[in-house]
Design a protein around this ligand. Structure first.
Ligand SMILES: Cc1ncc(COP(=O)(O)O)c(C=O)c1O
Length: 437
């Protein structure tokens, strides 16, 4: 029989299983800005868990709400039945969305939110008599989770190449990363709005009447913090409007204050037709995702359907009571503590700290927006990703949790952090970079 300390059974996601199991690093508990490792030392969380613990860890009001709901209503189906908390959570979330996106579909993760949004886009096109619009357009370096829909529109090669031919009828726009012109930009980089015109190339190639939707992350996170060039998202919106194509913003990491507003759409003043979310929705306490949908899309799909079920899609746990309770409590806490505004207030201090690493060893770019930081390292010759991975391990051992992707350090701390935490994060990163080759 396997023992509690046997690491062999758990096939860990997105992990070097052999490396981890030879030298495990684990957390035992968490509170506020810190984890405590099983080895006993405290670890300052500069990544909000995985871009998700926006209010910090084990916050009492959320913990209490989950506890109470677990004892009151552990589960209720939402297929042809429901429970009040799911409606409350949807109404509360709708209030935070850009005007018009006030219909909410619940999922359990970002990946499911993406697949749901893509399916709603297809169902909508068909429902309004545009059934030839079946193509889905993503972007190189995009990350949209790991469902077949998500990896098809996604543009991270390693996430695609083990899995065959994926969805048919998908194409990708060029990514927006341009170190030659934009290195060390603060906030939105100056150059690259014209990259949105790549959508025109795709439209010309396939015909607008074959394209259902375009999906992008307003700030690309998992690929290593690519911040949209000034005017880029506006231009993408214009091109979608010109060709009657739906625009989906994948806000799984950007929603709930990460860029200083409820959504990146609000921060950047560009309203898509659908928004995918997860992570911060429940402060990551109970898995939950959501898709906010423009009302007219809901009304078309629902209104044009025959009698009975209008959209043949949903998850056993859509609107799960524990998740709904956690979402309501998290949204309350964000509002009570003014955490979205706090991200704006700290943005400049944070940005200074990110850019203070400009002259640190190995650094070839620093970028920032809201409480997000990206620090790109020169890859080690012949061994890409190794330098960043070493930095990750060394930082952990010194009591700092960072995230690395390729040779980029990506930072996304809980929004409750203090200036002293910012000083500690960047002081430690500088030290770590100085000590690795
Ligand atoms: C933009 C984006 N979309 C989708 C996902 C997938 O979310 P999940 O891991 O909850 O499925 C992520 C996860 O990091 C993400 O960053």
């Amino acid at each position: 029989m396997s023992q509690g300390n046997d690491l062999s059974a758990f096939w860990m996601p997105f992990t070097d299983n052999r490396g981890f199991k030879a030298q495990p690093r684990m957390f035992a508990s968490a509170q506020g800005m810190h984890y405590t490792a099983t080895a006993g030392h405290k670890v300052l969380d500069a990544t909000g868990g995985l871009w998700c613990s926006n209010a910090g860890h084990c916050r009492a009001p959320i913990v209490e709400a989950i506890r109470a709901m677990a004892g009151e209503l552990d589960f209720a189906p939402t297929f042809q039945l429901a429970h009040p908390k799911a409606f409350e959570a949807a109404s509360r979330l709708a209030l935070l969305m850009p005007e018009g996106l006030d219909r909410i579909f619940f999922t359990n993760s970002g990946s499911e939110s993406v697949d749901t949004a893509l399916k709603i886009a297809l169902a909508y096109q068909r429902s309004r008599g545009q059934g030839s619009r079946t193509r889905l357009i993503g972007r190189e370096r995009g990350y949209h989770g790991v469902g077949f829909g998500g990896i098809s529109v996604g543009g991270i090669v390693t996430n695609r190449r083990q899995f065959g031919t994926l969805l048919a009828g998908v194409d990708h726009m060029r990514h927006t990363h341009d170190l030659a012109r934009n290195a060390f930009s603060r906030g939105l980089p100056e150059h690259g709005a014209e990259l949105a015109d790549d959508l025109e190339r795709i439209v010309a190639l396939h015909g607008a009447d074959t394209i259902a939707a375009v999906i992008v992350e307003p700030v690309a996170g998992s690929t290593g913090v690519l911040i949209p060039p000034q005017g880029y998202l506006q231009r993408l919106r214009e091109i979608c409007d010109r060709h009657d194509i739906l625009l989906i913003f994948d806000e799984v990491i950007t929603a709930f204050g990460r860029v200083g507003k409820a959504t990146a759409s609000e921060r950047f003043g560009v309203t898509p037709d659908l928004i995918t979310m997860a992570k911060g929705l429940t402060n990551a306490t109970v898995p939950m995702g959501a898709v906010a949908v423009r009302r007219e899309i809901y009304e078309t799909v629902v209104g044009n359907a025959g009698p009975g079920i209008e959209l043949f899609h949903g998850y056993t746990y859509s609107g799960h009571p524990l998740a709904a309770a956690a979402a309501c409590a998290a949204l309350d806490l964000y509002a009570a503590e003014g955490l979205f505004e706090r991200a704006i207030e700290l943005e400049s201090y944070w940005g200074d700290a990110v850019h203070s690493l400009k002259d640190a060893r190995h650094v070839i770019d620093c970028r920032n927006i809201g409480l997000i930081g990206g620090i790109e390292l020169e890859p080690r010759p012949g061994a890409p990703t190794k330098r960043a991975m070493e930095a990750f391990h060394r930082a952990f051992d010194q009591g700092l949790l960072i995230r690395v992707t390729g040779d980029i350090i990506a930072l996304s701390p809980p929004l409750i952090l203090e200036k002293s935490h910012i000083d500690e994060i960047f002081g430690k990163i500088r030290e770590v970079l100085a000590t690795i080759d």
